[in-house]
Design a protein around this ligand. Structure first.
Ligand SMILES: [Zn+2]
Length: 450
């Protein structure tokens, strides 16, 4: 069964073009650039491995890129680039899975520091080259610098907490190079002690990260807007009370960084959320209009086309519009936590990925080709098949709605799954434990017959 892995929209566009939907020449050119990026990626994440599964994954990634390179060199394959799509999907999926596993917190919730610690631990276990720890030092230090800078400008932290954090930052800064030194000297005891020091200091610093995350969560809950909207609000405030020397740099930053970041969060969230089709049809234009409105205002402000007071007023209105549209998205999003079986989860991931442009069309065709005919699932599969032809996003939303209505009737009817006795989740026959609650399957697996 083909796995459904979310890729970046950029890669999906390339794969769809290679498969015939887009500019093939440009896509072939883009693959060459992706090959370069993959080399950097391997340099970034390679150097150590966590376990045997990762050894295999890195190995497969190398082999697949080897095959792809051969294909790229072949005139025949370049004439039929769709033949490369399965291998490309496989290699990009593998890279995503490895990176996701790496970015999950192991010892620290700060990815560069976690990566540094894992490299150090791997070094102690003989699963790494010594250089890979040193190579990660600058990223870990940069992460500490960034956290400390954010901490210094954050309002609302108590003085005592601030003092503790300052000690944590200093301890972390002191401990990081000691790990590199002990790894270089192959001094196992010193390495272990240094890793423990980094971990302890990182836990102190993590109090700030947790605090910051809670603040952002509360702010976004109140307005349905991403945390970065606070920066736009700060600009509105400055426009009303401060001189041009103060608001001008803020406005420049809002144009170059914060508004693009806001678009980068709000647009995919609206376009990629499964919800009733008619709601989607009104939300998406509303979000686009508010984003464009906000961008225009700030550009006009920076170029002097409109005065600060009017800019503040319009910008505030656009933020309100955006917030209203985003809260409609949240209210009407179909509840994905209600999914009741592996098949429902797989189809759901496929539908939302297609909607968001993060799953290539090739995966849909594969999934349709391998789906066994089932009475229960026929309406959902038919809608997906219709989407494969018409590419109308409303069909995806409709299919998702059908999945949710299946919930009640499904448990006894889907034959290629076993139903968990503890929670009722429908698992694949190949699963040995429940995908939802983790309970071991009771043999025979085809529960209904036992
Ligand atoms: Zn279960």
């Amino acid at each position: 069964m083909i796995s459904v892995v979310v890729l970046s929209p950029e890669i999906v566009t390339i794969l769809n073009a290679l498969a015939g939907d887009g500019d093939r020449e440009a896509a072939l050119f883009a693959i060459d650039a992706q090959r370069e990026a993959a080399r950097d990626w391997l340099a970034r994440w390679g150097g150590y491995t966590i376990d045997e599964q990762e050894v295999e994954q890195f190995n497969d990634i190398g082999l697949l890129w080897g095959e792809i390179e051969k294909a790229l060199a072949s005139a025949m394959v370049r004439m039929q680039p769709e033949r490369m799509v399965p291998a490309l999907y496989q290699v990009f999926s593998l890279m995503v899975l490895v990176q996701e596993a790496r970015e999950r917190p192991h010892f620290s919730q700060h990815v560069p520091i976690d990566d540094f610690l894992m490299a150090g631990v791997a070094c102690g276990l003989g699963r790494a080259n010594v250089d890979c720890v040193a190579e990660r030092l600058s990223a870990a230090v940069a992460c500490v610098d960034e956290l400390e800078a954010r901490c210094e400008t954050a309002g609302g932290l108590e003085d005592a907490v601030r003092a503790d954090l300052a000690l944590g930052f200093a301890a972390l800064r002191g401990a990081l190079p000691v790990v590199v030194e002990s790894a270089r000297n192959r001094d196992a005891a010193a390495l272990e002690a240094a890793l423990a020091r980094v971990k302890a200091a990182d836990e102190v610093v993590a109090r700030f990260t947790t605090w910051e995350r809670n603040e952002a969560w509360m702010a976004s809950r109140a307005t349905s807007l991403p945390a970065v909207a606070e920066r736009v609000r700060a600009l509105i405030e400055a426009l009303r009370t401060d001189s041009v020397e103060v608001w001008k740099p803020l406005a420049d930053e809002v144009v170059s960084r914060h508004l693009p970041a806001m678009r980068g969060e709000c647009r995919p969230k609206t376009a990629g959320t499964l919800m009733p089709g008619r709601i989607r049809a009104t939300c998406l234009p509303a979000v686009d209009a508010a984003l464009e409105g906000a961008e225009t205002v700030v550009v006009d402000l920076v170029t002097g086309a409109i005065p600060p007071e009017r800019a503040a007023q319009t910008l505030e209105a656009e933020l309100l519009e955006l917030s209203a549209a985003m809260s409609v998205v949240e209210r009407h999003a179909f509840p994905s936590d209600a999914l009741f079986s592996r098949r429902a989860e797989r189809y759901w991931a496929l539908l939302s990925g297609l909607l968001a442009g993060t799953i290539p069309a090739f995966v849909l065709r594969e999934a349709l080709g391998e789906s066994t005919r089932s009475e229960v699932w026929a309406p959902v599969v038919d809608l997906m098949a219709a989407y494969a032809v018409q590419a109308d996003p409303e069909l995806l939303c409709e299919a998702a709605e059908r999945i949710l209505t299946l919930r009640m009737s499904l448990e006894e009817q889907d034959e290629d799954q076993w139903t968990c006795r503890a929670c009722g989740f429908g698992n694949d026959l190949t699963d040995t434990s429940c995908g939802k609650c983790g309970m071991e399957s009771v043999t025979p697996k085809w529960g209904a017959l036992s």
